[in-house]
Design a protein around this ligand. Structure first.
Ligand code: GDP
Ligand code: IMO
Ligand code: MG
Length: 422
């Protein structure tokens, strides 16, 4: 395997965790480069289900090093809880986890501001995960954030924290929210900082040394292309670059060291939170929810569901430079017939082949569908491409063709073995 950037080609929850787990067999280092604990990546390991939020999905396999890169925003309390939760169920975490000293911290006032901003937006809310991600990245861009390196210097941290709390409490009070208590936050964050100290490192240096030694690195994307702060359905996006470029800036590994980009997409479309979703279909959502599928891994919210949107995925292939595709959840369509595929949008009587930049315009786009035959049988047991029903093979080939990338994996269930490698 080569150094691989794995990204979500839709609106998040494409099954990145599962595919990362499959690819981890051949990788040495797995690194997260953006996002925070808004992510929820599901991995089934030895018949047990794990949901990873901040820790890369490679942590479940022995002998792999997991890195939380500089571009991630880290809530230290949540990270300590995740480490302790995994240790409790027997996952070894010591020298196999590294945390960048340059990563920015998520603080309690970020979570409260996230909540207040959403409340004040009313019906225009983004539907965030309320993990404080937007305000934390806001402070980073505004050059007023606190970083892991600050937390490693208790006196300096307390001083900076006090100033930040004074500033943010006046904002919170103006918004009618309760202020945060400096002493409580200071104590709990310093205590979490001590627990994290053994993991803190210059991860840029670590990754470059790993590259020099010929180690193979897997860059684990979080969220998806259309939640990207630049390329997504702004303002209904997250606050980081979820697209391939984010893997470079968020880790300090330059573009020419990247060998391939693998795009993960579902055989249909889902979105959790607000914002335009042109192919949304209530009937499809109801059917999937009745099967117990498509509930958010982080917040438990039911995901909105829709038909496969080739306009979106083709654009995602372009932005990310997707070389290869992994199509997941093919089995979600096992009993759907006919199946619709969106091949273009219609906006004010004009046919569009790319999504418009403006979220309202995108919401007004009418999908132009092509209808294909379903296969009306279970695909769960297929382990080779030839074992898939003909209509299923035709479906994945067609959506890959429309997306404009080479199909390399098809997933027919959440388990590691339910994966067809082409
Ligand atoms: P991520 O955020 O991209 O890692 O995706 P999530 O873990 O949030 O959501 C994907 C969901 O689909 C999880 O419940 C996975 O266990 C599940 N999953 C992934 N691939 C497949 C598949 O091919 N079939 C089925 N039935 N479930 C899958
Ligand atoms: P993974 O990595 C799906 C969505 C939220 C909301 C918007 C902004 O599991 O694919 P935020 O809390 O980031 O400010 O919320 O982004 N969102 C996700 N949707 N999967 C995710 O992560 C998401 N992370 C954030 O629902 O619409
Ligand atoms: Mg998820």
């Amino acid at each position: 395997m080569a150094n691989t950037i794995l990204i979500g080609a839709q609106w998040g929850d494409e099954g990145k965790g599962k595919i990362i787990d499959v690819l981890t067999a051949n990788a040495d280092v797995i690194v997260r480069s953006q996002g925070g604990n808004n992510a929820g990546h599901t991995v089934i390991h030895r018949s047990k289900k794990y949901i990873l939020h901040l820790i890369p999905s490679g942590i479940l396999r022995r002998g792999k090093v997991c890195v939380i890169g500089n571009g991630v925003v880290v809530d230290p309390i949540a990270l300590v809880a995740e480490i302790e939760g995994l240790r409790k169920v027997g996952v070894k975490i010591d020298k196999n986890l590294l945390l960048s000293d340059c990563a920015h911290l998520v603080l309690p006032y970020h979570r409260l501001l996230d909540e207040q901003r959403e409340l004040r937006k009313g019906r225009a809310k983004i539907g965030t995960t309320k993990r404080g991600i937007g305000p934390a990245y806001g402070d980073k861009a505004g050059r007023t954030g606190l970083r892991v390196s600050d937390l490693m210097q208790p006196l300096l941290f307390s001083k900076k924290l006090q100033a930040k709390i004074i500033e943010n409490n006046s904002i919170l009070q103006a918004l009618g929210a309760r202020p945060v208590n400096f002493r409580e936050v200071n104590e709990s964050y310093l205590a979490a900082g001590e627990k994290l100290r053994p993991f803190v490192a210059n991860t840029v240096l670590y990754l470059h040394r790993a590259l020099e030694r010929g180690r193979e690195i897997l860059f684990e994307g979080a969220q998806g292309t259309f939640l990207d702060i630049d390329h997504g359905t702004y303002p209904y996006v997250t606050s980081s670059n979820t697209t391939a470029g984010g893997a470079c800036t968020g880790t300090g590994v330059p573009p020419h060291r990247m060998d391939r980009v693998l795009g993960v997409m579902k055989a249909y479309t889902t979105r959790v939170g607000e914002g335009p979703l042109p192919t949304e279909d209530r009937g499809l959502a109801e059917m999937l929810h009745k099967l117990g599928r498509e509930f958010g891994a982080t917040t438990g919210r039911p995901r909105r569901c829709g038909w496969f949107d080739a306009v979106a995925t083709r654009y995602a292939a372009m932005i990310n430079g997707i070389d290869e595709l992994a199509i997941t959840n093919l089995d979600g369509l096992d009993n759907v017939d006919p199946i619709l595929i969106c091949v273009a949008y219609c906006l004010n009587g004009k046919r569009l082949a790319v999504p418009p930049c403006d979220a309202t315009q995108l919401a007004n786009c009418e999908p132009i569908y092509q209808q294909v035959r379903g296969w009306n049988q279970s695909t769960h047991l297929a382990r080779k491409f030839s074992q898939l029903p003909l209509a299923a093979r035709n479906y994945v080939k067609y959506v890959s063709e429309l997306t404009g990338a080479t199909l390399s994996m098809v997933s027919v269930g959440p388990g590691r073995t339910q994966t067809i490698v082409l």
